[in-house]
Design a protein around this ligand. Structure first.
Ligand SMILES: NC(=O)c1ccc[n+]([C@@H]2O[C@H](COP(=O)([O-])OP(=O)(O)OC[C@H]3O[C@@H](n4cnc5c(N)ncnc54)[C@H](OP(=O)(O)O)[C@@H]3O)[C@@H](O)[C@H]2O)c1
Length: 210
């Protein structure tokens, strides 16, 4: 990968790969059922959608920006759902909709994602875009054997980092990486930072410094 491609992946993409690896290590395979990705237009989400689709998973993308459904389908999502379906307090157990999930949202979203995971499935948690709380019951764990897998990119040991970057080289379609990234000049940082806070950024933004 070029330095620019590495920056396009960044911490978000590397964390997406750590999440996919955690699901694989749990024994999740494409034939078992769909995988949900929350925050699908964000950095972690957009790279997770791309990787999972290349690996042959059926990907359900959850987003607040359903107007970008075509973009998410270009990245490999099979279907797109509105994040509003998951963002309010839900029931302890819901209909079993996906085998696994990559979540970067936390709070009610993560609680609902876990409550709607199929028997024996797994959900990764790496972020808190909605909130750091997790208002759920133990029901999905004790009645459906669902597992919650924590993902940390910061203190991950060197072997895990090397594995993740090697797998990114192998399993991330570089054309999709190009599609989900935009490059801006140093003088556009303030404008782009405002866009991030306003939830207007899609995928990853590379800042050209040199
Ligand atoms: N554990 C780690 O090591 C690690 C590493 C990297 C990132 N993170 C964390 O992971 C999260 C995502 O990072 P990122 O780089 O992907 O951020 P990002 O590019 O800003 O994407 C976050 C996405 O979350 C969704 N979102 C935002 N506010 C929301 C809300 N109130 N309710 C529901 N969805 C909401 C939006 O997706 P849609 O527009 O598609 O709805 C947004 O694009 C952050 O909390 C970050 O701190 C953790």
């Amino acid at each position: 990968m070029t330095p620019k491609q590495c920056m396009a992946v960044g911490t978000a993409g590397y964390t997406a790969m750590l999440s996919v690896l955690a699901l694989e290590k749990h024994g999740i395979t494409p034939d078992q059922g769909p995988v949900l990705v929350t925050g699908a237009n964000g950095g972690v989400g957009s790279v997770a959608v791309s990787i999972l689709s290349k690996l042959g998973y059926e990907v359900i993308a959850s987003t607040g920006r359903t107007e970008h459904a075509d973009f998410l389908k270009q990245l490999g999502a099979s279907s797109v759902i509105d994040r509003a379906e998951l963002s309010e307090k839900g029931r302890p157990l819901g209909k079993e909709r996906w085998r696994a999930a990559v979540d970067s949202i936390g709070s009610h979203t993560l609680a609902n994602v876990i409550a709607q995971t199929q028997y024996g499935g797994a959900v990764t948690s790496c972020g808190l875009a909605q909130g750091a709380d997790l208002p759920l019951t133990v029901m999905p764990f004790i009645l459906r054997g669902v597992s919650l897998l924590g993902i940390d990119s910061v203190m991950a040991p060197k072997a895990a980092r090397e594995e993740a970057w090697a797998r990114l080289q192998q399993d991330l379609d570089l054309e999709k990486l190009e599609l989900l990234s935009e490059t801006v000049g140093f003088d556009q940082i303030v404008e782009k930072a405002t866009d991030i806070v306003d939830g207007k950024i899609k995928g990853r933004v590379i800042v050209e410094i040199a």
